[in-house]
Design a protein around this ligand. Structure first.
Ligand SMILES: Nc1ncnc2c1ncn2[C@@H]1O[C@H](COP(=O)(O)OP(=O)(O)OP(=O)(O)O)[C@@H](O)[C@H]1O
Ligand SMILES: [Mg+2]
Length: 335
């Protein structure tokens, strides 16, 4: 089974209300005769996955799912990619070419990063959405197709309309059935469910037995704002599978970027805490909180120093004696 199929079979993982709602919407929309769907979500939230689910869940599933990234194709080639061209339509058009839309007749076309489509092509797309007809480049006859158009964007299209980058009429046309994918940081515990899912997947793929996240990592994951969303989480875990030998995911496996953001109280940090608020008692006052913070700092330094007291003290920039004293005070060492 190829990677794409495997991803589809797993579906949209998560239990957060927004994801449950999205799953049932996808199912409804997939089965409906709706021809145009817009998917909105930040980078890495699962727009590609949702587009595939819309296709596979529809009566079009056995036909083509054609995908085009409007940001990746040079503007000059885009029209012929989408609509095809007639022989001799332009220099180099030595043969007639069937475009993506014609090839996907009966199926779905996924127009990724629709905001990047040129304004003139946006106008042609709008005509296609309204009439189900288009002309190949250099062609005179209109061709009629039966296609579902699934567009995706990570830009707030209305602002793009106001900035003159996106046609208003096309915006309203696409907006009729719009699916919104929440950013990962707004999905509560789903980050842990997804981490579990990816750990299981990579255990199989890399023949490993990583049991899961350490409690500290779980807390960090809950606080980190995940600007790259699910893709960032997936890539991060895969990197750990490749680079680390431990059988549990530890804070030391995480890149500084994540630790720093969380320590600084990343934007989504609900507790407004630092990296070590994992150790905070829920209603802890100043003393409990700072003690937890100190304990965490010391435990981490000890771990990094492989329990060598002198090394840990040096890393913490305190004397060995002061470290011992703190450890006794914090109950890390028994007197
Ligand atoms: N809820 C989810 N459950 C399981 N896997 C998910 C989920 N959301 C995303 N993924 C996986 O995360 C990765 C990123 O998702 P996808 O490529 O669909 O995001 P995207 O929104 O299209 O990103 P971009 O804006 O960068 O194109 C994929 O491997 C996808 O299968
Ligand atoms: Mg994508």
């Amino acid at each position: 089974m190829d990677r794409e199929m495997a991803q589809y079979n797993d579906g949209l993982i998560g239990q957060h209300e927004s994801i449950r709602t999205l799953r049932s919407l996808i199912e409804r929309v997939a089965k409906s005769p709706v021809r145009t769907v817009l998917i909105y979500g930040e980078t890495g939230t699962g727009k590609g996955l949702v587009a595939r689910m819309l296709h596979r869940g529809s009566s079009r599933a056995k036909r083509e799912f054609a995908e085009i990234n409007c940001a990746a194709i040079p503007a000059g080639l885009m029209e012929s990619e989408l609509f095809g061209h007639e022989k001799g339509a332009f220099t180099g058009a030595i043969e007639r070419k069937i475009g993506l839309i014609e090839a996907a007749d009966g199926g779905s076309v996924f127009l990724d990063e629709i905001r990047e489509m040129e304004l003139t092509l946006q106008a042609k797309l709008l005509t296609l959405l309204d009439t189900h007809q288009f002309r190949r480049v250099g062609g005179v006859r209109a061709t009629t197709v039966d296609v579902r158009y699934i567009a995706a964007t990570n830009k707030v299209l209305l602002s793009e309309v106001n900035a003159g980058h996106f046609r208003e009429d096309l915006y309203y046309r696409l907006q009729v059935v719009a699916l919104n994918i929440a950013p990962l940081r707004d999905r509560g515990d789903d980050v842990l469910i997804l981490a579990r899912h990816f750990i299981d997947k990579f255990n199989r793929q890399y023949d490993r037995r990583i049991s899961g996240l350490s409690d500290e990592v779980a807390q960090i994951f809950l606080q980190y704002p995940w600007p790259g969303n699910v893709r960032e989480l997936e890539n991060l875990l895969e990197r750990i599978f490749i680079l680390e030998d431990d059988d549990v995911v530890l804070p030391t496996h995480l890149p500084d970027r994540i630790l720093r953001t969380v320590r600084a109280g990343g934007p989504s940090s609900s507790t407004g805490g630092h990296a070590y608020s994992a150790a905070l008692p829920p209603e802890g006052g100043f003393h409990d909180a700072t003690a937890a913070f100190q304990r965490e700092l010391i435990v981490r330094a000890l771990k990094d120093a492989e329990n060598n007291l002198q090394k840990a003290a040096t890393a913490l920039k305190i004397s060995r004696h002061a470290l011992r004293h703190q450890m006794l005070k914090l109950g890390i060492l028994d007197a």
